[in-house]
Design a protein around this ligand. Structure first.
Ligand code: BGP
Length: 477
């Protein structure tokens, strides 16, 4: 029992576009997320002409980490955090994405943030691109659809590696890169925004575009990993996917094959490219099914081989049932649909809660790749209420406890597990719904969907519970 290794990276995770605010501070350029209005991001309206002052843009202030970072990192330090996963806002460093030199004021902000982390003994884990890019670049190139974006990303990635390599050891090239294949992929994961003037449902990119954009991301990621390995061998480079454990709805062999395909297409396709350095054997079948014909330039396949990652990571929120039978689970704001699993309960947003699925995900991943694995997102999005100045989020504690237990069992199974950063450790804006009320944190932020709130930080009950967990290295759950 209690197998978490010495130096296990306990912590939490955030993303600039959902957390930072300061959207136009100190020379920051407009990011695609800054053009997304309130309400469900599934129905977001994208404005290509001007910022409309009469609308709420959740990313503009968000939780205002930009002005609260000292207080926030001190709170993480108080909880005993060993690791803080955060993303860098690309448009803070290269405001339009196309400048030759980076914005010094933007670089200085993250210097201050990392110095603060180091002060508390917290290891930063940086996501280079978490669901955004500079708006000007997205408009010019239609996001990742153009090969030109690769060079812009690499210039940005090299600039931050050059600057922070002695402060930041752990890096992830893209957040949930496999979401490019899924429901929200078009704008969120691949930044393809051209023509988005109305609800997303009215304009869908072709599968051809999505897979091509994803290929460009693979090349950009591999070039970045190679650059880091050659110049900063002490840095550990990782990839990241949204892990969706797919179960067959029944023992009907057809359902088994459906689940196997789902695992291949949604979980292994991206991982194989970034970890093994080549497209998997089933890629041809997948492309054929989606009528995709990839344009792969000379040298691309070599660079994929040369830029494989040192560790792999994933977000884990739910499992899905697939196959012929069963009731559809059309989940609002979800990454994917599937069938209802009668053995599982769901969150208020319909995400099926499945702690054992995390043990399954860890074993499947480690069995396939044999490199260290990290769970970099997991948590319960819930409506929290303040009662007498406190938030009694017992439901969140229960959720985390059950998932951590299963991580421990996976470790006993033999999985090389590096760490765990729960999602949204300080309340932030939801990626799928644009809401503030879908809260994940151990720290409450006094901010509401109508834009009001003092931004005060309040320790929830889960704060004290997680503090004990970290202090006992997972023994006291
Ligand atoms: C992941 C994203 C995060 C995050 C999380 C929770 O897919 O990487 O950015 O937001 O999901 O999702 P949501 O905020 O929609 O509840």
């Amino acid at each position: 029992m209690y197998m978490f290794k010495e130096g296990f990276l306990w912590g939490g995770a955030t993303a600039a576009n959902q957390f930072e605010g300061g959207w136009n501070a100190d020379g920051k350029g407009v990011s695609i997320s800054d053009m997304c209005t309130n309400g469900s991001r599934d129905e977001a309206k994208w404005f290509t002409q001007a910022i409309h002052a009469d609308r709420l843009y959740p990313s503009h202030e968000a939780s205002d980490f930009y002005h609260h970072y000292k207080e926030d990192i001190a709170l993480l330090g108080e909880m005993g955090y060993k690791c803080f996963r955060l993303s860098i806002a690309w448009s803070r460093i290269f405001p339009t994405g196309m400048e030759e030199t980076p914005n010094e004021a933007g670089l200085q902000f993250y210097d201050r943030v990392f110095d603060e982390c180091i002060r508390y003994g917290i290891e930063p884990l940086v996501t280079i691109s978490h669901y955004e890019m500079p708006f000007e670049l997205a408009r010019k190139n239609n996001g990742w659809l153009s090969r030109e974006t690769i060079g812009c990303y690499v210039r940005y990635a090299e600039a931050i590696l050059d600057r922070y390599h002695d402060k930041v050891k752990y890096w992830i090239t893209f957040n949930e890169i496999n979401c490019a294949q899924m429901l929200m992929g078009d704008i969120v994961a691949t930044s393809m925004i051209r023509d988005f003037e109305g609800p997303i449902d009215t304009i869908r990119r072709t599968e051809q575009d999505r897979y091509q954009a994803l290929h460009h991301q693979f090349v950009a990621s591999a070039r970045t990993v190679k650059y880091a390995h050659e110049n900063y061998p002490e840095c550990k480079m990782g990839n990241m996917t949204a892990f969706l454990a797919a179960y067959p709805g029944t023992c009907n062999p057809t359902d088994i094959l459906t689940a196997q395909r789902f695992m291949q297409d949604d979980n292994w396709y991206c991982n194989d490219v970034q970890i093994k350095g080549e497209y998997p054997y089933f890629a041809e079948r997948l492309w054929k099914e989606h009528q995709v014909s990839l344009s792969i330039e000379d040298g691309d396949l070599n660079i994929l081989k040369e830029g494989t990652v040192d560790f792999t990571s994933f977000s884990y929120y739910m499992s899905v049932c697939v196959g012929e039978s069963g009731e559809e689970n059309s989940i609002g704001g979800n990454l994917t649909n599937g069938k209802k699993n009668p053995y599982l309960k769901a969150s208020d947003w319909g995400w099926q809660i499945d702690p054992e699925g995390l043990r399954y995900a860890l074993n499947e991943t480690y069995d396939r790749y044999r490199i260290p694995v990290m769970v970099v997102e997991n948590g319960l999005g819930a409506f929290d209420e303040i009662v007498d100045g406190r938030v009694h989020d017992i439901y969140r504690i229960d959720y985390m406890r059950e998932h951590i237990r299963q991580m421990e069992l996976a470790t006993e199974d033999g999985v090389d597990l590096m760490g765990y950063t729960c999602w949204g450790c300080i309340d932030l804006v939801s990626a799928t719904t644009g809401e503030m009320r879908k809260r994940y944190g151990q720290i409450f932020v006094d901010k509401y969907d109508d834009g009001t709130g003092s931004l005060e930080r309040i320790r929830k009950d889960s704060f004290y519970w997680y503090q004990k967990v970290i202090c006992s290295n997972g023994k006291e759950l």
